[in-house]
Design a protein around this ligand. Sequence first.
Ligand code: GLA
Length: 377
Amino acid sequence: MKPAERARELFRRHFGTDPVAVASAPGRVNLVGEHVDNFGGHVLPMATGWRTAVAVGPGHAAFRAISEQQGPIQADWPAAPQGHWSDYVAGVASLDSPLTSPWSEGLCAAVASDVPTGAGLSSSAALEVATGFALSAWAGRSIDPAARADLAWRTETGFVGMPCGRMDQIASARATPGEAMLLDCRTLGIESVPVRLDVVIAESGESHALRDSSYADRRRDCDNALAIIRGQLPGIEYLTDIPPARLNEVAGRLPAPLDRRVKHVVNENQRTLLAAQALAAGDVRAFGLLVGQSHNSLRDNYECSTPRLDAIVSAARAVAGVRGARLVGAGWGGSVLVVCDSGAGADVAARLRADATLALPLVSVVEAGGGAALETD
Ligand code: GLA
C-alpha cells in the first residue's frame, strides 16, 4: 500500500473516524551543492519516489499523533516542542494561524512513510511539508507550494531548532518529476534540469548522533569567517559573494579551520553551477567528476564525512558505469549518492549490494519524483 492509504487507514484505526485531509511529500536527494544553502549558494536537489503521508483531523483539545514506525503520542494543545518526531507535525500546525484555524481546538494526525530516516534523505522535511499541505486542504485554503516550503522551514528552524537552510523543504514542496531543480538559495529562484543519468543511493546505516550539533558548529565557523571577511572586503553579504579568483587570498587571511570551510562553500557553489550545465548538456562524465570533487571537499574542507562514508565512496567509484560518488545530505553518516551512466543504475546497485565488505543495509535506484500533493480517497 502507498503511504497515503496507510496513513488514512492508520488514522481510522487509531482515532475511529475518517481524516479530514491527507497529503504526501517526498524526501530528496541533493545531486550536488552540499552545505551551501545557508550561505547564499546554489543547490541541485531532486525529489525521491519515497514519500511521507500525513492524515489530519480535529483533536478535541489535545494533540494526538501516531506514526507507523514510532507509535502514538498524546500532548496538550497547543503543543510545545518535545524533542520528538511529532514536533514536525505540531510545529507546522502551531505556526500556521494557531488561533483562527480549524486545528486551534486540537489536532489528530497519522503518519506513514517510505522515506528512510536518518539517511540524509530529508525525512523531516517530507513530514513538515506533507503536514502543511494536509492542513491547507483542511482549512479550505489554496496551496501555495512556496509558502508551504517556507512554513516547513520556519518549523524546522524556529520550532524544532535545527539551523538548516531552505533546500530540503523547497525540494520536497516544489519538485517536478524527471527533473532536478537548480535552486538559488539567495533569490529562491528555480531552474529545472532534466535528470538524464541514473542515481543510486547506498545507505550506510551509520548512526549520526552528532549530526545536529556538528551541523551547527560548521555553520558557526562559516558565520565567524563571514564576519572577518566583511571587515576586509566590502560588499560581501554571503560567503558565496567572494569572487572565486580571490578565494585563495581571502582564505589565506583566515585562521584554520575557517579557511577550509570557506574554500568548501565558494568552490561547491561553483561546482553546482557547472554541474547543472553538464547535466543539461547530458555530459555525465563531467557531472560525475564534479560530484567526486564535492565529496573530497566535504571530507577535507567541511569535514563532515566519516571513514565508512569514504570507504563506500571509494568502492562505488571503482564499479563499472559509475561516474562519481559522494556523501549526500548533511553528512556524519547517512547515505552515499552514486551517479551512473543512464541505464547502468540497476547493475551498479546490484554490485554494491553484493559487496560483502561494505555490508550496506539498503541500496536503491532512485528516480526523480514529484513534489508534495494532496491525496484523495
Ligand atoms: C541538511 C540541511 C540542509 C542543507 C544540507 C547540507 O539537509 O537541512 O538545509 O544544509 O544539510 O547541504
